[in-house]
Design a protein around this ligand. Sequence first.
Ligand code: AFP
Ligand code: FBP
Length: 319
Amino acid sequence: MQSLSQFLASDVSSASLQEVLLVTTQTCIEISSALKKGSLAGILGMAGNENVQGEEQKKLDVISNNMLKGALLASPAIRAIASEEEDDIVPANTDGEYLIAFDPLDGSSNIDINSMVGTIFSIYRQVGSEPATEADFLQPGKNQVAAGYVLYGPSTMLVFTTGHGVNMFTLDVEQGEFILTRENVKVDPETQEFAINMSNQRFWSDAMQNYVNDLVAGKDGSRGKNFNMRWVAAMVGDVHRILCRGGIFIYPWDKKDPNKPGKLRLMYEANPMGMLLEQAGGKAFTHTERILDIQPEGIHQRVAVVLGAANEVDKCLSY
Ligand code: AFP
Ligand code: FBP
């Protein structure tokens, strides 16, 4: 029974990075407690604001963002933060070694139906001179020094990588600490399960429509095997399923809004999940390139995402 702090002491040589991971995950334990109170704490429903991406914020989006922001800005190891719920980066400590980008509550449409949500984080080393600017965050995902998520499901789980494989921890609620429960997770290169929002089918490219039609046709089509479909409406839940039992997750480009190359955010969703999948032996691409190679142009940039079982990602891209 190895606790997170014991694990970090052996897995992460930098004391500052250990601190960033501990502050982030400790705050997620507090977010988990807030989520468990639900309606009793009067924290469900809309906050009455829009975030920078024009999406309506839920009260818990704002509460989770403020909790992470407050804790991370107080950490001497943090130079600056970027959040899906903040318009701009927020500088912290001029000596801080690390930058952190996070989605404080991914899948927020699930909050009011008491279904799975999560916090996703992505950590980079500060590269520029102080004070931190948005340009410091615009590093390709392959520069991430750590990435992961906390999933608030039937149990609260932490899944992260520091570049040496993917490990899973389960929250011991009595002790208030994460305990290592699954080591060196690997995703099988083959799969018979896919995740995509099928209601967008008519907006996809012809190639994506053909690929998904072939999955649905199963043994009666060209694939020679049947496929099952799952959709959590929270990427964090779909990625967790893939890390646990395999699969492919796709949020493709669609023609609903030709100005958006995809729905998901590069810095808060695609990069951290891309690093996790690659560390687990899977792949993470847009429809044309490896996600971790993308040179970001802005902190709120969106991309198309195809990630999961290596051979199935290759198959999808071959269309
Ligand atoms: P929110 O955090 O704004 O709810 O977005 C969640 C998300 O970006 C991603 O986690 C899901 O996979 C996707 O949206 C769900 O999208 P649909 O609304 O198309 O199901
Ligand atoms: P289990 O309890 O065996 O998982 O079955 C769940 C269930 O009967 C329903 O709750 C659910 O709607 C349905 O199966 C899901 O079926 P499918 O696998 O076709 O999505």
